[in-house]
Design a protein around this ligand. Structure first.
Ligand SMILES: Nc1nc2c(ncn2[C@@H]2O[C@H](COP(=O)(O)OP(=O)(O)OP(=O)(O)O)[C@@H](O)[C@H]2O)c(=O)[nH]1
Ligand SMILES: [Mg+2]
Ligand SMILES: [Zn+2]
Length: 218
């Protein structure tokens, strides 16, 4: 009978150590870390672009993508420090990749570190990156049934941001169904609707980030 070696467990355990190191470092520095998770095209980078133009805090961004620096180039145009991680095929970020990227971003004195995870509604929710909050980013064109079909992310999220609400007049989107299912999975999550391209709802989002930052520093 061949011996079975459980590699997955030890790799995950090693990554949990990196997540703890990140959490400890950012706790000392008083930096809030927010991990944005959602499908490809949900509007994560656009939400960040608009947020960075409005938010009264010092921010930095770590971008996660399978390939290209396109999102980092977009963020860079806002004047915000940004580092791109390419996972070379990997469908989620892991804490050891973040730990390495943090070498290139001075977090001392930084208020908010945003992480944009690889576009994927499934496995990024499984990985602890040392963040304070995971945020589920879901867009109107994806349809209102996503929370119950992909429950883990919505269950884990500190906030759910519904993007592209400017498209509601053109798309059959049942907002009551969407938010009702979010509440079933996670009654405590903050629920925010935005249209990043028009700026609608961005103040509610930046207010929430301000509250999270204040709570962290208390
Ligand atoms: N109408 C409308 N379109 C939006 C809004 N936000 C983003 N978009 C569009 O949606 C498309 C995808 O947006 P991105 O911000 O690149 O999406 P993403 O989640 O970062 O995508 P990945 O990084 O590939 O996972 C772009 O064409 C955006 O212009 C919005 O509020 N309203
Ligand atoms: Mg993006
Ligand atoms: Zn994955």
């Amino acid at each position: 009978m061949p011996r079975k070696i459980n590699i997955k467990r030890s790799v995950l355990a090693a990554d949990e150590e990196f997540a703890s190191k990140i959490r400890e470092k950012l706790h000392k520095e008083g930096t809030l870390m927010v991990n944005l998770i959602g499908s490809p095209g949900a509007g994560k980078t656009t939400l960040l672009e608009t947020t960075l133009g409005e938010i009264p805090f010092s921010c930095a961004v770590i971008e996660g993508d399978v390939a290209t620096s396109r999102d980092a180039e977009r963020i860079s145009k806002t004047g915000t420090p940004v580092v791109q991680i390419n996972t070379q095929g990997g469908c989620h970020l892991e804490a050891h990749l973040l730990w390495k990227a943090l070498d290139e971003i001075p977090t001392s004195g930084l208020d908010v570190l945003f992480v944009e995870n690889v576009g994927n509604l499934v496995c990024p929710a499984e990985f602890d990156l040392g963040e304070d909050y995971k945020v589920a980013v879901c867009s109107v064109p994806e349809g209102p049934d996503k929370p119950l079909k992909y429950p883990h992310l919505f269950h884990e999220a500190g906030a759910v941001v519904l993007t592209k609400v400017d498209l509601i007049p053109y798309i059959d989107f049942d907002g009551d169904l969407f938010w009702g299912d979010v509440k079933k999975l996670n009654p405590l999550a903050s629920c925010i609707e935005v249209a990043s391209l028009t700026g609608k709802g961005i103040d509610a989002w930046t207010d929430l980030l301000g509250r999270w930052l204040m709570e962290k520093r208390q």
